[in-house]
Write a protein that binds this ligand. Structure first.
Ligand code: SF4
Length: 525
């Protein structure tokens, strides 16, 4: 058994901010950070045009100047896409959406930089370890256990076997990201759920290298809404020129969609085919890929963020500005507040909750509380809610807008007469799903028990008749394939995005921890 004062589960922005702020605040105890990815940053993915306010409260001006971001936003535009053309440019970027001067680049690189600063301050960081279980005594979290390594698919120990390890901690910080398994279990066990169920979007992203650099394009960004989704499905895309020769392109679709035939990866490819996007990326080649879910439920879905001995940070606590789709600054903020609560001593769980509720980040999430709910009805309702939120500082509408359903409950029966879709042909600029998985660097040791399990094959038969087995479409890594009605799982492709945990209409997927160190290996996302 290992003993520490603070255990941080997850080396993302929230966990590292907490560890760094603790040490910089004069904390003399031991701080251990465990990360399931092979290296820090390998499982971190974001747009990313970053609201710098989170860094401003954490780092010195000199350290902020050294953030490994490629550019700062110099030009921004908004487009409403109605089809595969150029769409309409919105003549005026709403003030709440403006990002001029914000850093734009790879969150993976920023997180690695934070890890270096934290290690210099005395934090111990150990990548390659999955934390699979929280340890509780008398209703209080007193630590956690790491998972075994080196177990084959039949449960036998291999030569590289590593046993579970218990880590005792005075305070455990859960910074697992969205749909963290330990976080979900803690929320369910202690009844921490928010007023509404959490709702998510799936974000898919590629890094594209241009063959011919566009001089002066670094720092130019474009956001879109509309096509390729219809007006009752929440979706939007982005194009970020991180340098004159590299462009980040992404698309996010709300997982409360109703069309059982929808395929997020194909939407992403159609988005890239539009004239509006081709102007930015034509002639380029996709060189990196990733996908993750974003917690979009907003204010009404915020869980209670703490129990004695354990605090929930960042995406796991549902902290996202659902108007700007920005959460990195809120993750950093929650980490810093967790550190302050620990440094204050006393009842850390209550202190964290109190400080979080009084923070500017909490006010930001509250202000836009009805925006996502509006989009769940119709894009125009969402746009109206965004306008009201901004003009009235979130005071109107004063009632709760949005559905009460979980994302798994929103699908309608698949249309049997739906015309067959003509999918784009795979190309260097528009890879199919399996080529994209290769670009994500995903690796799982094949000889281990699958971390993705279909709970009941009979439910898949019912699902085929009703919804046409949507897992074969919504998974951005093609982990699920239907073989004459039987769903087969190829877990080795899994990007750990958790869409299947959220969207399976029969909630028929059990997602457990793969061996530590496995999964995607993002380096530039
Ligand atoms: Fe995401 Fe599930 Fe597919 Fe893995 S199997 S990539 S978690 S949808």
């Amino acid at each position: 058994m290992i003993e520490t004062d603070v255990l941080v589960v997850g080396a993302g922005p929230a966990g590292l901010a907490a560890a760094l702020a603790l040490k910089r605040g004069g904390f003399s105890g031991r701080v251990i950070v465990l990360e399931k990815a092979r290296a820090v940053g390998n499982h971190v993915l974001s747009g990313a045009v970053i609201d710098p306010s989170g860094f401003e409260d954490l780092l010195t001006a000199d350290e902020i100047a050294k953030l490994p971001v490629e550019a700062h936003v110099t030009r921004e535009s908004f487009r409403f896409l109605t089809g595969s053309g150029a769409g309409w440019r919105i003549p005026w970027v709403p003030p709440m959406m403006r990002a001029c001067g914000y850093p734009v680049g790879s969150l993976t690189k920023c997180v690695r930089y934070l890890a270096e600063l934290a290690q210099d301050a005395g934090v111990e960081i150990y990548p390659g370890f999955s934390v699979v279980e929280l340890v509780e005594r008398d209703g209080m979290v007193v630590g956690a256990r790491t998972g075994e390594k080196g177990v084959d698919s039949r449960g036998h120990h291999k030569s590289n076997y590593l046993a579970k390890e218990e880590i005792r901690a005075h305070v455990t910080l859960l910074a697992e990201g969205a749909v963290g398994i330990l976080t979900e279990r803690l929320i369910a066990k202690h009844g921490l759920v928010g007023a509404r169920p959490q709702s998510y979007a799936l974000g898919i992203k590629e890094l594209i290298e241009l063959q011919e650099p566009k001089a002066g394009s670094g720092g130019e960004i474009m956001h879109t809404f509309g096509y390729p989704v219809n007006m009752t499905t929440y979706g939007g895309g982005f194009v970020y020129h991180v340098s004159d020769s590299q462009v980040m392109v992404g698309y996010a679709v709300g997982l409360d969609y109703a069309d059982a035939g929808l395929n997020p990866h194909e939407l992403f490819r159609r988005f890239k085919e539009t004239t509006a996007v081709q102007r930015h990326i034509a002639g380029g080649k996709s060189v990196a890929y990733g996908a993750k879910v974003i917690p979009e439920g907003g204010f009404y879905a915020l869980p209670k963020p703490s129990v004695p001995g354990c605090l929930i940070l960042g995406d796991g606590a549902g902290l996202l500005d659902s108007l700007r789709i920005k959460g990195v600054h809120l993750a950093l903020l929650s980490g810093r507040i967790a550190a302050e609560a620990i440094l204050a001593g006393g009842d850390v769980a209550s202190e964290y909750e109190r400080r979080l509720r009084q923070s500017k980040g909490y006010a930001e999430v509250r202000r836009v509380r009805n925006v996502h709910g509006g989009f769940s009805y119709h894009s125009l309702v969402g746009v109206m809610m965004a306008g009201f939120a901004w003009m009235t500082f979130g005071r109107f509408p004063f009632w709760t807008v949005g559905r009460r359903h979980r994302d798994s409950q929103t699908l309608k029966r698949i249309r049997e007469d739906a015309p067959a879709d003509q999918l784009p042909i795979s190309s260097p600029l528009s890879p199919d799903r399996l080529t994209d998985v290769f670009l994500s660097g995903t690796v799982h040791e094949e000889d281990q028990v699958s971390h993705v399990r279909i709970i009941d094959a009979k439910r898949c038969e019912m699902c085929e008749k009703r919804y046409g087995q949507p897992c074969t479409r919504f998974c951005p890594a093609e982990v699920y394939r239907s073989d004459t009605g039987v769903v087969r799982v190829d877990f080795s492709n899994c990007l750990h995005c958790k869409t299947c945990r959220i969207k399976c209409p029969f909630e028929n997927v059990e997602w457990s921890f793969p061996q530590g160190g496995d999964g995607p290996r993002y380096t530039r996302m």
